[in-house]
Design a protein around this ligand. Structure first.
Ligand SMILES: Nc1ncnc2c1ncn2[C@@H]1O[C@H](COP(=O)(O)OP(=O)(O)OP(=O)(O)O)[C@@H](O)[C@H]1O
Ligand SMILES: [Mg+2]
Length: 353
């Protein structure tokens, strides 16, 4: 992305991750929200522990910044008392890249593969027997032709994380015993996450300041923690360290974040859809081209939250902006002509058969 988006739910890099690690829950009981997922996880972990078996492979899906990596670390801690082995889809280009990791795993160890929708096909296929039968067929290059050697692995648990479960092949998806989808957090949960982060960072806040940040965090803990730090900077430099609602408002206004937590990129996405495409339908490719952005940025980062708050809908023909989105931006709403025309074509009560 050309410029850093303060409310982007994607991580902005290593410095931010280092800060986030210090704010990360260390055990399952410190994880806020996602009750449904946590309940099911607790049952699965207790059952596996009771049988003295490793946990079945599990897939964590959901938009960036909702806690997939956090959960993988917490699960590894609870199951093995140590962090998981970590790798990611794009960093594995060939089976050999995975080979040493796999053969070094002990029984019950957790292997975390981030962005597993970006695993190259050849690595994905190499993983299938590893996941299913705990063995791999590895081709050792040499001589005229390669020699295939079959290696037995110890029973490990693979935790896959993806922002786009839909891009995973069915074969891959079927090999996970559990699939957990993380949803956007509600405001009380975000406020609680912020309260804990404020304590860890030694920030004292007044009257509803954290709630005010929570309501502008796009349902995303990573965004909430980032806004907290930006408001802290502002409070320190411009408000004598006073951290209250009014200071939150001023700080976020400077960052051009509106009362729903939308930033310039969200607003330009919406206004292009509304103005240039008469509220749509418009394809995501066309929208990305109009704004000089990557399609992936829109699909991963911008659209999930706009869908969640009902500002856009997905139709077979493309994205459409809703009346609420138009109202929020103060732009006129254009009803879907095609949908209206199709409705009028449907046989009515008084139509001749
Ligand atoms: N349930 C939670 N409770 C408290 N803090 C959380 C929770 N979930 C996430 N966080 C905070 O948000 C930060 C981002 O979460 P995390 O890195 O786990 O997201 P992610 O889903 O892996 O994102 P990505 O898709 O970009 O990898 C964490 O460092 C942590 O501080
Ligand atoms: Mg992650």
């Amino acid at each position: 992305m050309a410029r850093e988006r303060i409310i982007s739910s994607e991580s902005t890099g290593q410095a931010e991750e280092a800060l986030n690690v210090s704010l990360r829950p260390q055990s399952l009981d410190q994880v806020v929200g996602q009750c449904n997922v946590i309940d099911r996880l607790n049952i699965a972990m207790e059952a596996a522990k009771g049988r003295g078996e490793p946990l079945e492979h599990l897939l964590l899906s959901g938009p960036p910044g909702l806690g997939k990596t956090t959960l993988a670390f917490v699960i590894a801690q609870e199951m093995t008392g140590k962090p998981p082995r970590i790798t990611s889809g794009p960093s594995l280009s060939k089976p050999a890249d995975l080979m040493s990791v796999l053969t070094n795993l002990d029984t019950g160890d957790i292997l975390f593969i981030d962005e597993c929708h970006r695993l190259p096909k050849i690595v994905e296929e190499f993983l299938y027997p590893a996941m299913e039968d705990f063995r791999v067929d590895f081709t050792i290059e040499g001589g005229m032709s390669g020699r295939v050697v079959n290696f037995a692995l110890r029973r490990f648990t693979l935790i896959g994380a993806t922002t786009r479960a839909g891009l995973l092949s069915a074969a891959m998806r079927d090999r996970f015993g559990h699939e957990y989808h993380l949803d956007f957090y509600d405001q009380p949960d975000l406020a609680e996450i912020l309260r804990r982060s404020a304590i860890k960072l030694g920030i004292e806040t007044k009257g509803g300041a954290l709630e005010a940040i929570a309501s502008r965090s796009r349902g995303t803990p990573r965004v909430a923690n980032r806004l907290l730090r930006r408001v802290r900077d502002f409070a320190q430099v411009r408000a004598d360290g006073e951290f209250n609602c009014a200071v939150v408002d001023q700080a976020l206004e400077i960052q051009q974040i509106d009362e729903l937590g939308l930033d310039e990129l969200d607003r330009s996405y919406l206004s292009t859809l509304i103005r240039t495409y008469d509220c749509g339908p418009a394809g995501v490719e066309a929208l990305a081209a109009s704004l000089g952005q990557e399609r992936d940025t829109f699909e991963d980062v911008v659209e999930p939250y706009l869908l969640q708050i009902g500002f856009i809908i997905r139709t077979r023909q493309g994205r459409r902006a809703t009346k609420n989105a138009c109202q929020h931006l103060g732009l006129p709403f254009v009803p879907d002509k095609d949908a209206a025309a199709n409705r009028s074509k449907e046989p009515g009560l008084f139509d001749e058969a």
